[in-house]
Each structure stands twice: as C-alpha cells, then as structure tokens.
Design a protein around this ligand. Sequence first.
Ligand code: TYM
Length: 339
Amino acid sequence: MRIVSGIQPTGNLHLGNYLGAIRNWVRMQDDIESHGGQCLFFLADLHAISMPHDPAELAANTLEMVAALVACGIDPDRSILFNQAQVPAHSELQWLLNGTARMGWLNRMTQFKDKSGKNREGASIALFTYPVLQAADVLLYQATHVPVGEDQKQHLELARDIAQKFNNDFCPVDAPVFTLPDPIIPPDAARIMSLRDGSAKMSKSDPSDMSRINLTDDADTVMQKVRKARTDPEVLPSEAAGLEGRPEAANLVGIYAAMAGTGVDDVLKDFAGEGFGKFKPALGELLVEKLSPINERFVELKQDREQLDAILAKGALKARDLGAPTLDAAYKALGLVRG
Ligand code: TYM
C-alpha cells in the first residue's frame, strides 16, 4: 500500500478537512506498519498559486499547516511530510501528463466551474490545469490509495483516466508506468457542510469565518460558532430518516456522530425530541473536548520555525528519491532524451 494525499496551505485547517481527510490520514499512518506500506502527505503549495494570493501569507500558511498536521497526529518520522515546491518532479510530471490529459476531461471538472464562477475568462490557466498537477501528485509515487473528502473524487477519477491513457498509449501491456489509485472517502464525514448554509460545503474560501470551525479556534470561539450555526425550528427526530430535507440539522448531527465516533442513529437516540437549545451546547462541548489537545499542540509547534523547516527538508529529500524512478520512466516512455 502506498498512501498519498495533499492539502492546500491556504488559511486554517477546518473541521471539514479534519473529518473528511486528515483524521483518515492519521488512521492510515497508524495502521500502515501492519500493512507494510508507506504514507506521503504534502502541502499543495503549487496548487495555492492558482488563485490570487499574497506570497508572504502563502509562506506563513505553509509552515502553519505543517504545525497543524503534526498537531493532528501526522508523525514526520513515520510518514513523509513535505511541500510540493521542494519536489520539482511534481511540476515536471504535470507537464508530461499535459500531453495526455484532454481538454474535454478538464472542462468537466466542477471545482474549476465553482472557483472560476462567472469570471471564467479571467481565471488563471493554473486553475484550469490544476487537476493535472493533482494527478501528477499521486501518480509520481505510485499511490495505491488516496484519502480525501468527497469533493476530490472527481479529480481522482481524472488521475485514473490520465494514468490509464498514458499506460495504453506509451507503455507495453506488461510494463505500465503508472498505478491507478483508489480514493478512500470516509463514509461518516465525506462532506461537512457550512455552519451558515447547509447546501454549501465547509470551506476555507467562504468569506464568513462563522461558516467553519477552524482547528485553531479557541474554546469560546467554537462554542459561539456552534451557538450561532443556522438550524430550523423543529426538534430532533428519533432516527436518521427524519433528518431528510433538513440539511443544517443533518450536518450538525453528522458532525456530532463523526466526532463522537458513533452513528447518527445513536446520537439521535440521546437527543430525540430535543431542540437545538439542548443539542448545540452538547455539540460545542464535544468539539472543544476533542479539538483542544490539537489546538494546544499546534500553538506550541507553530513557534518552532527551525523544527518546521527541518520537517519539510527531511520530507522533501525522501519524496525526491521516491518519485525519481517514475519520473524517469515517464520521460523515457515519451521518447524524451535526457543524457
Ligand atoms: P483542500 O485543501 O481543499 O482540502 C484538503 C482535504 O480536505 C477535504 N475537505 C473536506 N472533506 C469533507 N468536508 C469538507 N467540507 C471538506 N473540505 C475539504 C478535501 O476533500 C481534501 O481531501 N486539490 C486538493 C489538494 C490536493 C490533493 C492532491 C489531494 C492536491 N493534490 C493529491 C489528494 C491528492 C485540495 O484542494 O484539497
């Protein structure tokens, strides 16, 4: 098993990232020794330049995100933790894959449509071709499994299509260059929604900070955000089916279940017939209890610039070695002569 996944270092880690992806990264890292595999987790800083950004902020956020991931339980001695910018093979492989990816495939990517919005003509080329870089990110390391939230499923399918076409077009049947990766999407927290709008995913790019719980929020802020979360006037039902058509209520109960490590029906057993006046404080307290140890570790680690730099340097060294054979094979398969 080779597990590879990434996160953009744009702003804080929020609850959607944590429940949708990072918690799975930590679980997979902790199990991997018994499977005899390897985990690579990276900061997708090259992806972050596809949207307008402030260079000083990107640099600071990259280091903060390392601190946040380590605080969540990613162990840089067991997993390879690095940023793309220190491993040029990501960009190189993207260019090689640009020859295989089709315009029609990229045109179907919903994230490009969402992020470019009405300003399609003004969007960067990087925003359009970003899914090819994402394919390079995982194919470079022969990833077998990619733990992500549901919003990344389409990008992973594209990575598989690119790998398959490249293997078909340029490799002997018995010697493909690329492995087709499988997404791993957590069934209980595939898509955590905004606290202000049950139809929008919780996201770093939402202008309202009240829409998300950041892993760096202190206890008072968490309690306040949960108290102000949008809900409906109904009481909670006794089983999951009763949450249909109530996206905000379903989201809050789903968050509770994911944080408590139980099912939605179990949560509803305890809260059936109760209003949000009772449920919200319980949810806030559960979040504070689970997130405060992460918060404390994060605050401590982010001061230690030397350690954060060292983690990234060590991770990049290992990632470069691991990616080199696949990059070489891709150049060779395409007939590119390199001394
Ligand atoms: P990013 O930085 O937007 O998100 C990082 C991870 O968090 C998950 N996630 C969510 N899960 C559930 N509910 C939510 N509301 C929610 N918001 C975010 C995402 O699915 C993701 O797993 N393009 C990627 C980063 C990337 C990548 C890769 C991932 C670059 N290369 C290669 C996997 C493999 C992104 O922008 O994720």
